[in-house]
Structures are given as C-alpha cells and as structure tokens.
Write a protein that binds this ligand. Structure first.
Ligand SMILES: [Ca+2]
Ligand SMILES: [Ca+2]
Ligand SMILES: [Ca+2]
Length: 119
C-alpha cells in the first residue's frame, strides 16, 4: 500500500527538483547514489541508508522538537503520504515512524534481499 513512497524521501532530499527530472531509470542519479554510498563500495547498505535518513529527519525537523509536522514534512511528502507514515494518527511523524517507513522502502527496493541496493 505504500508504493508511492519508494525512495521519495531520498530523492526529494538528495537533489533539487530540477535534477530529478533527468534521473536514471531507477530515479536515482549517480550523484545521489554516491551521496548515499558513503563507503564507496558501489552499493547502498542498510546502515548507509539509515544514517542518511536519520540526517534527513534532522534536516526536516526545522523547529528541533523531535517530530515532523505536516508543514515540515511537506517538502518531501504529500498529505496522503504523510497520513500513511503517521501510523498513530497524531498528526506528527516521530523518528520511529519515519525510519520504519524509509526502511520498509529500502527492503522493497532490495529485490534480491541481500541487504544492499545496487545502482
Ligand atoms: Ca556502500
Ligand atoms: Ca518539528
Ligand atoms: Ca505519529
């Protein structure tokens, strides 16, 4: 049911919209891939992905209260997506809700289940 969310966080956060328009078939440009692949082994591991997303959460949480409201998340999520991620329906995304979603995106993208995303 969360199809819409696949890598949308990464894409929206890693690059300006203009760059997205000319993305690779999978949607990630080489530059975006490199940004996530911090140890430069040509693959994005679960740990690399999580670290990136934790940083992304902090970047989005502009008032530093530890949760994202719809305005803070609005740059990367539609209101429909926000509702999906906000599992306890309290109108805020906490770190756990955010990471649960992005890591399930990761596992869905990892089609051969080896714990890594390849370009
Ligand atoms: Ca890597
Ligand atoms: Ca906040
Ligand atoms: Ca919530």
């Amino acid at each position: 049911m969360n199809k819409l969310l696949t890598l949308s966080f990464a894409l929206a956060l890693a690059a300006p919209v203009a760059a997205l328009a000319q993305g690779s078939p999978q949607g990630l440009t080489q530059a975006q891939f490199d940004q996530l692949d911090t140890d430069k082994d040509g693959k994005i591991s679960e740990a690399e992905y999580r670290r990136f997303m934790e940083g992304a959460f902090d970047k989005l949480d502009t008032d530093r209260n530890g949760t994202l409201n719809s305005a803070e998340a609005g740059t990367v999520l539609t209101s429909e997506q926000f509702t999906v991620v906000d599992r306890d329906r309290n109108g805020q995304l906490n770190r756990q809700e955010f990471l649960d979603q992005v890591m399930s995106d990761f596992h869905r993208q990892d089609q051969n289940q080896d714990g890594h995303l390849q370009p």
